[in-house]
Design a protein around this ligand. Sequence first.
Ligand SMILES: Nc1ncnc2c1ncn2[C@@H]1O[C@H](COP(=O)(O)OP(=O)(O)OP(=O)(O)O)[C@@H](O)[C@H]1O
Length: 594
Amino acid sequence: MEVFKQLRSFYWPGKLKYLIFASILCLAVSTALGLVYPYMLKHLVDEIIMKGNYGQVPFVASTVLVVVAIKAGFQFLHGLAGGRLGNQVAYNLRKSLYEKLQYLSFQYYDKARTGDLMSRLTGDLDGIRQFIGFGFPQFLNVFLMVGFGSIMMAALNWKLMLITLVTMPFLVFTAFRFESKIHPAFREIRKSMSDLTTAVQENITGVRTVKSFARESHEVEKFSVRNDQFRENLTGSAFIWARYFPVMEVFANLSIVILLATGGTFVLRGEMTTGELLAFFSLIWYIIGPMWGLGFHINNYTQSKASGERVLEILNQYIHVKNNPNAVPVDDARSEGHVQFENVTFAYPENAPALVDFSVDAKPGSVIGLLGPTGSGKSTVFQLLMRAYNVKDGRILLDGKDIKELELESLRQQIAIVFQETFLFSSTIRNNIAYGQRDISMERIVEAAKLAQAHDFIMELPLGYDTIVGERGMGLSGGQKQRIAIARAILENPKVLLLDDATSAVDMETEHVIQQGLRQVMNGRTTFVVAHRISSLKHADEIIVLDEGRIVQRGTHQELLAQPGRYRETYNIQYSDHPDLAATRMEQRGVAHG
Ligand SMILES: Nc1ncnc2c1ncn2[C@@H]1O[C@H](COP(=O)(O)OP(=O)(O)OP(=O)(O)O)[C@@H](O)[C@H]1O
């Protein structure tokens, strides 16, 4: 029950608890009305058939008819209340889960699997909806039926009741044993289901890689393993069912045998009437039915308990990066974009340090270039500045304030980043550029697109800015996607601009034009540029060369060219074919040296 206690805030607040009461009450009334049948049966046999009072038959029949109609009415109300309750609970849970997913830290997403999360948000949520809406009232109804049935049976003949129900403890014991076995089995089923979903999701996401490497059969094989596992888990649970249900059936039927033998003897001895025995016989299902169904209800309960655990796991997930209690918002009007890293050393969880003793003082409006081999920590600088992770050694300051003391949202609003890999939403190009910003005029979107050199190619598309780009921007080239991402960052009008290899996918010519546009944009903003091409870095106020997380060189383009080291080596490699020609071309394009 601990799981449902923890989920209480989703089904108890406000009117919801009244829906629970209404649903249970309607079911209870409907169950109580069911007791009229055995009573009518007894009356029919003892008072009408035995005594030949056939004139009462229409009365009995119409009573049963009225009872059936009222019972159906209450069952309808139970369904209505249960349905509304379940849907509202699922709605509340879905909302909270989605909200939680928005605020979970990068650290969580480093390990999270999309398919698994999807299965929690769909399958598991539905399990909880079903149980809270219907499973739970039905479960309570078991006790009501047993209670009502026992009272009426005891009123008819308490001795017969005790004898008949002698097998019930065995039935209950078996039902509980069954529960203890089936719960872990269901947990496994849910887990393998999410493995399966993950496999499908990853396969669809990576379909281009799969096809281009002709690895379809490899994927089918990989999927088969998970599919086998899922089947085995289902078979395992079916085996548990198969083992326990016949045992429960035997105990249930034993009760009926005992009832027939003992009850028959009682009637022959004149200790009870035939009508009473028939009423008893019909009543026994009030006890056996729920006991029989106990397995099903327990099953339902354990499934939703397993689902509840998986949903709670997300809801209770620790958020590593969040606002400090005394966090202050960044004053938009006063923010200058002065970024300082002071002796920052950082390691991703369970990893070697990605950045060691990193310091930089990026004055407002300055441009800092970052160069270094892959894995040297360049992107980590960006991640830390956005406070994707918390820094423990050293400090990062924005306008002299430790970013840990600033409100996270307002900090990130000061920063716009163009990632190495562009992510576009399945929406129009206009919405992708204006992502999340309301009341943005079309003029500003077009202006940003022009600066990012995206306007021309967008206008060539049949629907222009209203063209819907496919999932993750399918249908656009890498360079086109990057330019849309740059336009998005420009529109953000940030104080700090982070360009993480933002022009890697465009040709040199386009890069040069984008950079001219960017230079206009960078004016008055602090910019960090990660690039592998010297041409993207040479105008930076300071260039930092990283290797294995450590700063190995720093200075301006000219200073770094003048000293031996990685920067000059990179320069020589990039301009080695025709160093003079390269230089001349640059001059011609107006990219002044140094
Ligand atoms: N989310 C993460 N979790 C764990 N380790 C990470 C994570 N991101 C990066 N790393 C590790 O941190 C180190 C620095 O990575 P980073 O992405 O900063 O390098 P980079 O210089 O930007 O490389 P590239 O030029 O290839 O983008 C690498 O060893 C990398 O494996």
